[in-house]
Write a new protein. Sequence first.
Lengths: 110, 112
Amino acid sequence: ETGVTQTPRHLVMGMTNKKSLKCEQHLGHNAMYWYKQSAKKPLELMFVYNFKEQTENNSVPSRFSPECPNSSHLFLHLHTLQPEDSALYLCASGGIYGYTFGSGTRLTVV
Amino acid sequence: SQQGEEDPQALSIQEGENATMNCSYKTSINNLQWYRQNSGRGLVHLILIRSNEREKHSGRLRVTLDTSKKSSSLLITASRAADTASYFCATDGETSGSRLTFGEGTQLTVNP
């Protein structure tokens, strides 16, 4: 375990489903991040939260809705996804001296 | 555009050989970091080198930084099959605030 826990590890969902990804860290970090990693593509930063406030949204479609109730928890709510949204979703926490990543959620949209 | 760009995109070597991966970046940085990612898993922080450092070692890892050329290299000596993974550089950059910008990664395959 890295200190950042992501659940579930795998998720298969239909295009009309609603699901949520969860990320939890107890490392005392104030910043948390969602990344998308598709096959043969670079890491794509999706959202940044600092002290529970969203500080960055990289033009992510509204079918992805983040939530950060406190500095230790981060959610990514998913609804009406497309097959091209299938990817590995990574959560991280930390700052300029290093990030700690979770193991990711492998999402498949069918 | 990506702050960090790794070179080569893919590298295949035999066990026992050394592996060298390079990273170039565009803007001034405070530090540069290297991460490793096993297939389908999260990234793991390997080493950080500050902008005022030129070389840093950690076990079989050696990182160099040339701020005049805006480039860094990661050397893995005496490679093992277990070193097979993707390796990413990340920079903080003066304009990126507290967040890091990751390169596209080098896929290293170490054949037994």
